[in-house]
Design a binder for this molecule. Structure first.
Ligand code: SF4
Ligand code: SF4
Length: 402
């Protein structure tokens, strides 16, 4: 805590130790807003560290549990001009030292709600982004990872791949009439691990993602063996994002006992043995809420170039919390084709939204006691304007993303 005095000319002088702690220098900008009794200052800097990029909202599968089943959004591919525009704007976020481990941009994640490998120029995107020198993650259902594509992707700086592998996907292989789909994906992932082990580039962190439901929880004990078999060093387990009453009945959180015991398995990594890990989701709804997207200084660029703060606000769709339907509307803070990403990231609206999320200045709708609240149903809340994070399943740690 520190005292500030107002100067004759209305200026406020910040103490030197405060400036040093925050790394503030003459010319840096702060955003201030005043409430009834207080003034809040927020540092404005190009400090985004993770960019999630949705190359496409199309998918080669049609999983029953996916919100793509019910959303009204169009599904398209990112135009090459949009990608080029974004790519040209990213160096503004790099650490001045050029190190990906510094304070600047560290990682680009190819993901979103479609299947990234459906984009016809996905390998080129990774090749172009490799020049930035940051980490590159790919999330995929693994079905299109044939040998030629795998070899090409491994020539880039790709250093993390997360493959979705669960019952919903297995059922979707059948729906898409892909005979032996599961065996094909497992073979693709094994080959990816083997080729990555032999490449001269950076080591590959390979993981699996499993959406757990009431119906498939019996498969959890097998995950450790599957992960060890394909050479995955982690399994990310997530609860379901329920888009219908039937899906809501399949959610497993708030149930006892816990999903599984701590388990690990040996994985070969460049001649050494490392231990694989399960990343379990939280099981109980709780008072503690924190946003992994805002904490990691992440932003999301949709396939049409629209910038959103997180996956939950990247599209328009309904979901259910304790039987209550919510209509989430896509929240776009700007488009990279119209406004430079640096200006979007440092805009007053985005800086203020992040500050509100960091402080988690939202009510707890689940505890409110109102059976029907139209504000909540529209994903707003009674304490402020803009989209509400009040009962975000990601902030509860129930849904996890790579
Ligand atoms: S928005 Fe406010 S009034 Fe509505 S359910 Fe949430 S806490 Fe209750
Ligand atoms: S709390 Fe949830 S809705 Fe809010 S910004 Fe974070 S992930 Fe998005």
């Amino acid at each position: 805590m520190t005292w500030l005095s107002v100067g004759e000319d209305g200026s406020l002088t910040l103490p030197a130790d405060y400036l040093a702690r925050r790394g503030l220098r003459p010319g840096d900008r702060l955003l201030a807003w005043a409430d009834r009794d207080s003034v809040t200052l927020h540092r404005v800097a190009l400090d985004a560290q993770v960019v999630y990029l949705e190359p496409t909202a199309r998918c080669n599968l049609n999983c029953a549990i996916c919100v793509r089943q019910v959303w009204p959004d169009p599904a398209g591919d990112m135009d090459w001009a949009v990608f080029e525009t974004l790519l040209a704007q990213l160096p503004a976020f790099l650490d001045p030292s050029g190190r990906a481990s510094g304070q600047g941009l560290r990682r680009i994640v190819w993901g979103g709600y479609g299947e990234p490998l459906v984009h016809p120029r996905l390998p080129e995107m990774l090749e172009r982004a490799s020049a930035l020198g940051v980490g590159l993650t790919l999330t995929t259902n693994g079905l299109l990872l044939d040998e030629a594509l795998t070899r090409r992707l491994l020539q880039t700086r790709l250093d993390r791949v997360v493959v979705s592998l669960d019952t919903a996907h297995a059922q979707a292989y059948d729906g898409a009439r892909i005979a032996g789909g599961l065996a094909q994906v497992l073979a693709n992932v094994r080959r990816l691990a083997r080729l990555a082990e032999a490449r001269p580039g950076p080591p590959l962190d390979l993981g699996l993602e499993f959406v757990v439901t009431r119906s498939n929880q019996g498969e959890l004990p097998r995950l450790r063996d599957v992960a060890q078999d394909v050479g995955a060093s982690f399994v990310l387990v997530s609860h379901l994002l329920p888009h219908s009453p039937a899906a809501a009945a399949e959610t497993l959180y708030d149930s006892d006992p816990p999903l599984g015991p701590p388990v690990s398995w040996p994985v070969r990594d460049r001649g050494e043995i490392v231990w694989g890990r399960m990343e379990w989701p939280r099981m109980k709804w709780g008072a503690q809420r924190r946003c992994r997207f805002v904490e990691r200084r992440a932003l999301v660029v949709g396939w049409d170039g629209g910038v959103s703060p997180c996956y939950p606000l990247l599209h328009t769709y309904p979901y259910y919390v304790y039987g209550t339907r919510k209509e989430v509307s896509r929240y776009v803070l700007g488009r990279v084709t119209e406004t430079p990403l640096a200006d979007i990231w440092t805009s007053a609206e985005y800086v203020r939204f992040r500050a509100r999320v960091r402080a988690f200045d939202f009510p707890s709708c689940v505890d409110c006691g109102l059976e029907r609240c139209d504000i909540r149903a529209a994903n707003q809340d009674c304490q402020g304007d803009g989209p509400s994070c009040a009962d975000c399943l990601w902030a509860q740690g129930l849904i996890q993303c790579p």
